[in-house]
Design a protein around this ligand. Structure first.
Ligand code: FE2
Length: 473
């Protein structure tokens, strides 16, 4: 077990624990924060990896902490960090980490306990992947159907959201907003003697409905999906599981899945109105965590995503490997455009730009599911981890870059300027680890020029995380 002390002076500091819960009214600031920016950027991150008896074995299994950068509209930026008070973290603290049974950290359980878990599968509530607004509530999510509700101002944990529990044992932490119906659309895999995929929609924590289902023998691991006005698009990675293996337990979740490149990638389109299966396309094998966007172009569907060569990216993100610094530059994925034709079942693929891209974000509110021009994301280039920020023009493949020496930028989040019309009229926010300073700062870029307009210094390092959202005041 290697416990990282938090004294690293390179990107490895981003994998060191941060257990300080703090509130700061006004952070040291340079530049000018736009006065129209009001609300909070809330991010969730795996912030505690080390416990008395053991550490988690995979970055994805660190205990969830919320970080909030608040904008009051007076030019100041506040900050708060607070752990989600989950069953998973309580048990980990009490057991010295032995209780952890997550994405890729093996459960420490006796045979008797394993047999027990056959009948009552343990689903973690360590919601460290993403956040969303559901009706009047805010939820933190991982890939189990028990999100955790929290207060978006105080970051207080408010209990479980159990409204999606009936759809399946596995779901995504990347639901889509349907602004027309005021719903969150998501997908789940129901595992059993007869397994099936289920696309479902929720209006609140108590109102949910099924949109579409599809029987499946060996469900695929799918971290996200895409929607257009007409379709929900499931992208089946050739990383699949025999559901019985998951039921038997004993192994960490993802280790039950097998890479079967011979399957290729299958993209299923379902009609969101009728639930009918519209069509399936196949593509040469790759592995995708994140879709970028999708839209309809006449009878064709265009689907953009970040494609990794294969599923070995999952092993590259094992904590020991990340902390030892033996990672390498294949962490980034290729931004790929798949054209899904009306007359063919084969996807036509081409690269959108000559740059690697992960943690992609778009001008979601106005462009999701529709033709669009810009994607923002993290990029590793030659570095040991995601480091720089890029803005790609998907129409011509050109891209702009923000980077600084020994600064490691997290997911860039676009916030539109109220009343703005241009797709990139707004700011891009990213939490950046300044490894020389040993702390993080919030970077604010003008989205159009991709140049810095302000930065606010956090009082400590914020561990690398996955996703966050800007919640308007
Ligand atoms: Fe994700």
């Amino acid at each position: 077990m290697s416990i990282v002390s938090g004294t690293q002076t390179d990107h490895r500091l981003g994998f060191a624990d941060q257990t300080e819960e703090v509130r700061v009214d006004a952070l040291p600031l340079s530049g000018t924060v736009p006065e129209w920016l009001r609300g909070g950027l809330v991010r969730v991150t795996p912030a505690q990896m080390d416990f008395a008896e053991r550490s988690v074995s995979h970055w994805f299994d660190g205990m969830a902490m919320l970080n909030r950068f608040g904008f009051a509209g007076d030019g100041s930026v506040s900050y708060a960090s607070r752990f989600l008070d989950t069953d998973a973290r309580r048990a980990a603290l009490a057991s010295g980490g032995k209780s952890i049974n997550g994405f890729a950290t093996d459960p420490c359980r006796s045979l008797f306990q394993r047999v027990q878990s056959l009948f009552s599968p343990e689903l973690t509530d360590n919601a460290n992947v993403n956040l969303a607004r559901l009706g009047d509530e805010y939820i933190a999510m991982t890939e189990t159907p028990i999100p955790v509700r929290f207060d978006a101002e105080t970051l207080e944990t408010l209990g479980h959201d159990k409204g999606a529990a009936g759809f399946g044992q596995i779901t995504t932490a990347h639901p889509h907003h349907d602004p027309e119906r005021g719903e969150l659309v998501n997908f789940a895999a129901h595992l059993g003697a007869k397994s099936e995929y289920r696309v479902y929609a929720r209006r609140s924590s108590t109102e949910a409905r099924t949109l579409a289902t599809m029987a499946v023998r060996e469900p695929s691991y799918m971290h996200s999906f895409a929607i257009t006005p007409r379709f929900a698009l499931l992208i089946e990675n050739p990383l699949v599981v025999n559901p019985l293996r998951l039921a038997v337990g004993g192994k960490a979740f993802i280790k039950n899945y097998k890479w079967k490149p011979e399957l290729g990638v299958r993209i299923h389109a379902f009609d969101r109105e009728t639930g009918a299966h519209h069509r399936t396309w196949t593509a040469d094998p790759f592995f995708v965590f994140h879709t970028i966007n999708a839209f309809e172009d006449g009878e064709e569907v265009v689907l953009d995503l970040c494609a990794h060569e294969d599923a070995s990216i999952i092993e590259l993100l094992e904590l020991e490997r990340l902390r030892s610094g033996s990672g390498h530059s294949t962490l980034g994925a290729r931004p790929l455009r798949l054209t899904l034709g009306a007359g063919s079942g084969v996807a036509v693929a081409r690269e959108l730009a000559d740059v690697d891209l992960e943690l992609p974000r778009i001008a979601y509110r106005t462009r999701n599911g529709l033709p669009y021009r810009y994607v923002y994301g993290g990029s590793a280039g030659d570095a040991a981890f995601l480091k720089r920020l890029v803005k790609i023009d998907v129409e011509d493949g050109s891209f702009a870059v923000w980077e600084e020496p020994n600064a490691w930028a997290g997911e860039p989040i676009f916030v539109p300027r109220p009343g703005g019309v241009a797709e990139d009229d707004g700011v891009v926010l990213s939490v950046v680890l300044d490894a020389d300073a040993g702390s993080s700062f919030l970077l604010m870029l003008d989205a159009a020029s991709f140049e810095e307009i302000a930065r606010a210094e956090a009082p400590h390092h914020v561990p690398f995380g996955f996703h966050g959202q800007f919640f308007s005041a």
